[in-house]
Ligand binder design. Structure first.
Ligand code: NDP
Length: 318
């Protein structure tokens, strides 16, 4: 079977491409710049790549850019979307590529008769920011949908970009009768395949590399290999539908630091919180739908260890 992965050079997508090749798929992988070895070498080196990986040049903001990449594909995994927080022009840097880009990819899919299902990489960010309180007794599930207006007022532009992109994707899919399944992962950690640093691995790196304080923040965490598998299962299981939150555990940064200090007693980890306020509370995220895909979540401790080992291997930590 042939499938397409957009944004293939990225952190999650690289792992997805690896797992797809391992399962015997032929993968049409879109990258922005196929001539940049830092974006492609790690993909071309994957087992099965020589025979079954084809690279395509495509940009989210170029209309029709994905037509050729999705041609002949049964499944399309749309992962490409900018993920960083330090922006000067949120509309141009985050919102346009996320929203217009998603519609651009979906439009190519709707015009391609071979495409049977599209799997969109959204985020738990598009789920949890409803304005409703999140406390240890609250269970967030797929019925929650982030309120973009609330997030705009907080200037959470990445969250806004993911929410509007997912919302637009559902509207488009309904209009065109496209079979869409959405994956909503939390903070993704675990081994990196690409040589560059992505935003979620950078969050772990900042804790182990000289930070004096840890942020007063609580995140859901999930392993990249589980995220890749969830995408494939969501494509392969005919009855898969709707959204799938992927969260192994919700943990405050203080807990993450505690786990890291047990794993690596010699590291100089931050000892105090960045502010004096009470810790942002944890909450729960339902695993029910994710488990229905046959997933087994990697424990946070293992995911953190894999992240640190990988950051070391890539030379980000000595
Ligand atoms: P990366 O930054 O590693 O990957 C992002 C990918 O998007 C890159 O391949 C990048 O291409 C591509 N991209 C960005 N802008 C454009 C554009 N204008 N045209 C074409 N491609 C573009 O991030 P992740 O792997 O972490 O993220 C992948 C997806 O997963 C995103 O949709 C993100 O929102 C989502 N996600 C990530 C989470 C995480 O914790 N990592 C959590 C939840 C969701 P290039 O390499 O050329 O820059």
């Amino acid at each position: 079977k042939t499938v397409c992965v957009t944004g293939a050079s990225g952190y999650i997508a690289s792992c997805l491409v690896k797992h797809l090749l391992h399962r015997g798929y032929t993968v049409k992988a879109s990258v922005r710049d196929p001539s940049d070895p830092r974006k492609t070498q790690h993909l071309l080196a994957l087992e099965g790549a020589e025979e079954r990986l084809k690279l395509f040049k495509a940009d989210l903001l170029e209309e029709g850019s994905y037509d050729y990449a999705v041609e002949g594909c049964e499944g399309v995994f749309h992962t490409a979307s900018p993920f960083y927080h330090d922006v000067t022009d949120p509309q141009a840097e985050l919102l346009d590529p996320a929203v217009k880009g998603t519609l651009n990819v979906l439009n190519s899919c709707a015009n391609t008769s071979s495409v049977k299902r599209v799997i969109l990489t959204s985020s738990v960010a598009a789920v949890t920011y409803t304005g409703k309180p999140r406390t240890p007794d609250v269970v967030v599930d797929e019925s929650w949908f982030t309120d973009p207006e609330y997030c705009k007022s907080l200037k959470l532009w990445y969250v806004v970009s993911k929410t509007i992109a997912e919302e637009s994707a559902w509207t488009f899919a309904k209009e065109k009768g496209l079979d869409l399944v959405v994956i909503n992962p939390a903070m993704v950690i675990g081994p990196l395949l690409q040589p560059t640093l992505n935003t979620s691995a950078a969050a772990v790196l900042s804790l182990i590399k000289g930070a004096h304080t840890f942020p007063n923040a609580t995140f859901g965490w999930v392993n990249v290999k589980d995220v890749a598998d969830a995408h494939i299962q969501a494509f392969e299981i005919p009855s898969a539908s709707g959204r799938y939150c992927l969260v192994e555990r919700v943990a405050h940064c203080s807990e993450v630091v505690k786990i890291l200090s047990e794993l690596y007693p010699s590291f100089h980890l931050p000892e105090k919180c960045a502010d004096d306020k009470p810790y942002v509370p944890t909450y729960q995220v339902s695993k029910e739908k994710a488990l229905s895909l046959g997933l087994e979540f990697t424990p946070l401790e293992v995911s953190l260890k894999e992240t640190v080992e990988s950051l070391r291997e890539k030379g980000f930590v000595s």
